[in-house]
Design a protein around this ligand. Structure first.
Ligand code: MN
Length: 242
């Protein structure tokens, strides 16, 4: 609660007054994000940065609605969907592993809860580019970091309708790119791409329409300015070891 209040008050500051993600305790958020697959859905988590932190690439109004309306609704509906069932208190990754046997409400809202939390935590101001370890892996798989971005952009642009683009580690421990429809993700048994998620981009219209309207490619290009590579690097290290 204290953290929420803090984030909210920081949200009123101007973009110029915003210094760095660390100020908002991004380290703590990273811990939440990196371990979220293995734990039951806790309280609705705080956004790890101020609404205006990603300006001008992602505007404050979009962030506020996206987090406080869309993400919150997925969380609330997910909690309601599992209430009183055997899934209460089960790790979200375990729910996703058998999601084909669950209701649409659990699939859609559980996915929406997790995907947004995962997305927030791979965003941040002051993007510095991938670590040398991740750069080496990206280069080995895709030829270069730029070629990786091109392929990821294509996945994001060509996802018809609503969904997410993903960089993930597949079962052979190789990096791979793909996209999922609606609120599916690579942890779901029902998904056409499967593995450990490392980076995601939400390409639902609600993620960009206020600022970019129909120009999804412009939003995708802007996204690269606000990728939290530190977090992506941590996820990669953990996935490779796991
Ligand atoms: Mn969204």
């Amino acid at each position: 609660m204290e953290r929420r209040k803090f984030v909210k008050s920081v949200g009123l500051m101007t973009a110029a007054a915003y210094i760095a993600p660390k100020v908002l305790g991004n380290d703590k958020a990273n811990v939440i994000s990196s371990g979220i697959e293995g734990v039951p859905a806790p309280v609705f988590p705080a956004l790890p940065f101020a609404y205006n932190a990603l300006e001008p690439y992602i505007d404050a109004r979009t962030m506020e609605i996206h987090y406080d309306k869309h993400h919150r609704a997925y969380y609330t509906n997910f909690m309601n969907a599992i209430k009183g069932t055997s899934l209460e208190g089960i790790a979200v990754s375990d729910i996703f592993a058998t999601v084909s046997k669950q209701t649409d409400a659990i699939r859609n809202n559980g996915g929406g809860y997790y995907n947004h939390l995962f997305f927030w935590n791979n965003l941040g101001a002051g993007s510095h580019g991938p670590s040398s370890e991740l750069t080496t892996a990206l280069t080995k798989t895709f030829g270069s970091t730029d070629k990786f971005k091109e392929s990821f952009n294509t996945a994001a642009k060509t996802r018809f309708g609503s969904g997410c683009a993903w960089l993930y580690l597949n079962s052979d421990k190789n990096l791979a790119i793909g996209s999922t429809p609606n609120q599916d993700n690579p942890l779901m048994d029902i998904a056409s791409i499967k593995g450990t998620p490392l980076l995601t981009l939400d390409v639902w219209e609600h993620a960009y329409y206020l600022k970019y309207q129909n120009k999804r490619p412009d939003y995708i290009d802007a996204f690269w300015n606000v990728v939290n590579w530190e977090e992506v690097g941590k996820r990669y290290q953990k996935a490779v070891k796991g």
